[in-house]
Design a protein around this ligand. Structure first.
Ligand code: GSH
Length: 317
């Protein structure tokens, strides 16, 4: 674990930039035409960024079009690995043992951390893109010729507002919990942790009168938020010391989280075993005993009652 290498002079955690940002396009103009069976995802069920991609692949019904391999949630100094185990497997595409091999196959001089998610091209045998923002947008719009779903999670009229809210949520919440957990000074921790709760308070208010973050329509913003909220009480509250309040203490956010969890196909993308073992066993700097807490008990199937707020649960679908 190289958290210390990724702190600035103020003790703040700074996430590394994504290395590969090529695009798969519907018309092929980018050099990577959308084709069924050509591209493959390497993901972790533990990672919130990869989780977003897994969700969009599921919602867009692209499982038969884009393959996916799940890494072992336990990461050691060699990084993410492909091994057989519950919910994860060896790499059937390239026979890689470690994810870093995909990065080195793409750029022999690659020096950073090999992160998930990765979108791999089986034709040119290289990584097309390792940024979840880009990959989810591609899955949303570029593979429509190969799916019967016309769901659009990034509708034109809402794009500006979606970008604005995403930016705020990314900095203060999605990455904010990491900046709280990986902070190297008390001040950096407190700044990040306070911002997490200011943002949750803001969302609680916003979700009091509308079903989704953008109003009555489900968008990518909801699915960018979901992976962070679902990890919050089991992991971030304890492991990253974000412990002013839990999600279950926020009536609207807790109902909203259950609403999304109960959306068709979503519960099966959530693997609490991978999530908990990954965080508690892979950050020895934060949890040197590597013990995994037994709780919490969450009834995610409890009725949420948010239909009364209106809105189209499956969006344009
Ligand atoms: N910016 C990336 C972030 C991906 C990322 O940081 N993933 C983490 C797991 S949650 C990772 O793979 N870390 C590898 C490591 O620390 O060695 C994205 O948005 O796709």
């Amino acid at each position: 674990m190289q958290i210390a290498r990724e702190r600035n002079e103020m003790g703040e955690f700074v996430r590394q930039e994504d290395a590969f940002r090529e695009w798969v396009t519907r018309d092929g103009s980018s050099g990577y035409p959308a084709e069924p069976g050509r591209y493959h995802l390497y993901v972790s069920l533990a990672c919130p960024w990869a989780h977003r991609v897994i969700i969009v692949r599921k919602l867009k019904r692209l499982e038969g079009v884009i393959g996916m391999t799940v890494v072992d949630p336990i990461r050691d100094e060699r990084g993410w690995a492909f091994r057989d185990g519950p919910g994860h497997s060896r790499d059937p595409i390239n026979g890689f043992r470690y994810l870093i091999e995909a990065y080195r196959a793409t750029d022999p001089h690659f020096e950073g951390r090999a992160t998930v998610p990765v979108l791999w091209d089986t034709r040119t045998r290289r990584i097309v893109n390792n940024s979840e923002d880009d990959i989810t947008r591609m899955l949303n719009s570029e593979f429509n010729d190969f799916t019967d779903s016309d769901l659009d999670l990034y509708p034109e009229p809402l794009r500006k507002e979606i970008d604005r809210v995403n930016e705020r949520l990314y900095h203060n919440l999605n990455d904010g919990v990491y900046r709280a957990g990986f902070a190297g000074t008390q001040a950096a921790y407190e700044r990040a942790a306070r911002a997490v709760f200011e943002t949750l308070d803001w969302l609680e208010e916003r979700l009091s009168g509308q079903r989704y973050v953008m109003g009555d329509r489900m968008t990518e913003t909801d699915w960018r938020l979901f992976p962070t909220l679902i990890r919050f009480d089991p992991v971030y509250y304890v492991h990253f010391k974000c412990n002013l309040r839990r999600i279950v203490d926020y009536p609207n956010l807790w109902g909203y989280l259950r609403d999304l969890y109960q959306h068709e196909g979503i519960a099966e993308t959530v693997n609490f075993d991978h999530i908990k073992r990954h965080y508690y066993m892979t950050h020895p700097e934060i949890n040197p005993t590597r013990l995994v807490p037994i709780g919490p008990e969450l009834d995610l199937w409890e009725p949420h009652g948010r239909e009364r707020l209106g809105g189209m649960s499956a969006s344009a679908d």
